[in-house]
Design a protein around this ligand. Structure first.
Ligand SMILES: [Zn+2]
Length: 101
């Protein structure tokens, strides 16, 4: 996965940052279902906004268009990164789509 980037370290404010590869698989640690999205996601609502603990370390926020209600996802669900043209970091449940190698 290509990471989104920040302008400075959120902990110490240092601006000299390095790019680091992130794992493409992980576990949902928090989520909510959004029914009133921003303009970029108008055609995808409802969808889940998720926090994923990546295998190998790090947490990222992302979204999951296949999740239409809170019953469609659970804390602890295994997910993987889905490359695409839409903004944000998109994930899919391992059970819903092929898992990348
Ligand atoms: Zn720092």
């Amino acid at each position: 996965m290509t990471a989104t980037w920040a302008l400075a370290c959120p902990r110490c404010g240092r601006a000299a940052l390095l790019e680091a590869p992130l794992g493409e698989r992980g576990t949902v640690v928090a989520f909510t279902v959004l029914s009133v999205p921003g303009d970029e996601f108008l055609n995808d609502a409802p969808y889940a906004y998720v926090v994923v603990e990546l295998d190998g370390g790090g947490r990222v926020t992302g979204w999951m268009p296949s999740i239409k209600s809170e019953g469609d996802l659970a804390i602890g669900a295994r997910v993987h990164f889905v490359p695409g043209y839409k903004p944000g970091v998109q994930f899919a449940r391992d059970a819903d789509a092929p898992v990348p190698r």
